[in-house]
Design a binder for this molecule. Sequence first.
Ligand code: NDP
Length: 292
Amino acid sequence: MKSPVTVIGLGPMGATMARTFLDNGHPTTVWNRTPSKAAPLVEQGATLAATMADALAASDLIVISQTDYQAMYDSIGDAGVKGRALVNLSSGSPGELRRAGDWARENGADLLTGGVMVPPPGIGRPGAYVFYSGPEPVLDRHRDTLAELGDTTYVGTDPGLSMLFYQAQLYLFWSTLVSYMHGAALLGTAGVPAHRFRPFAAATLEALTGDGPMGFLGILTRAIEEGASPGEANSLRMQAVGAGHVVEASREAGIDTAGPAALRDLFRRAVDVGHGAEGLSGVIDVIRHPGR
Ligand code: NDP
């Protein structure tokens, strides 16, 4: 017999998680502020808890997926969480997650935080993974169940760490894809369709992660960790001028310039504080020190 699970929050993510637990044979209790959203899950065999206290009493493992952390406090109210393993997979700021860790401890519960790295249709599918942080024994105790949602990637005891990994990944994802859209829009003004840009973009993305001369993921990682930023043939001063050209090209083409201008300004600030002769990694100094 599989262990019982309670899922709090039945938005697109929570509902998919509850369905996944049901599909895997767990007695699954659900609670949602708007109870009517539970109907399809109840049809599949879930139990709709009448009260939050019932929802918490039904399982040792309480999986929470709501819009934000405030929703957890609003929902749980003063229902006792003592002895429960709360696994909150909602997003929030790392500070909020740390405060939530303190709140759980003060109330006799464990809180494991998580950042889910796939959209709802990806839950439980190959390639899905979740960054977890907080008390590792809680993850160990429930790892088999949580692994049904995706690989359990534990990143440390600090409850805020799961969100830092999640947000670092999200920023990389969004900025890369928005850059791709900017490139497609820019080329589009000259009548070039996106499918002609795609293979070049794909080659760049692949090369960045490789070991060749374009393998900047590795080059930057070494430079960041060693604190060295050799300029060699591609100085940051040259790249700041080049970034300005992307802004000009966008302006001439009549498309938005906000993204490229932000990049150009970051490069210029790095040059202004003395990193002009260094390589691209000189930029991390002004990212780390926004007041400079
Ligand atoms: P939603 O914003 O759609 O979640 C809605 C859920 O939160 C509903 O159950 C809603 O209740 C509940 N809720 C919101 N505010 C309150 C409140 N004050 N009190 C009680 N319940 C509340 O988000 P998703 O389901 O899409 O995502 C859930 C979390 O997962 C979010 O933090 C999101 O950032 C994160 N995430 C989402 C991904 C996605 O692709 N969707 C991917 C990765 C992470 P009600 O039904 O009553 O409104």
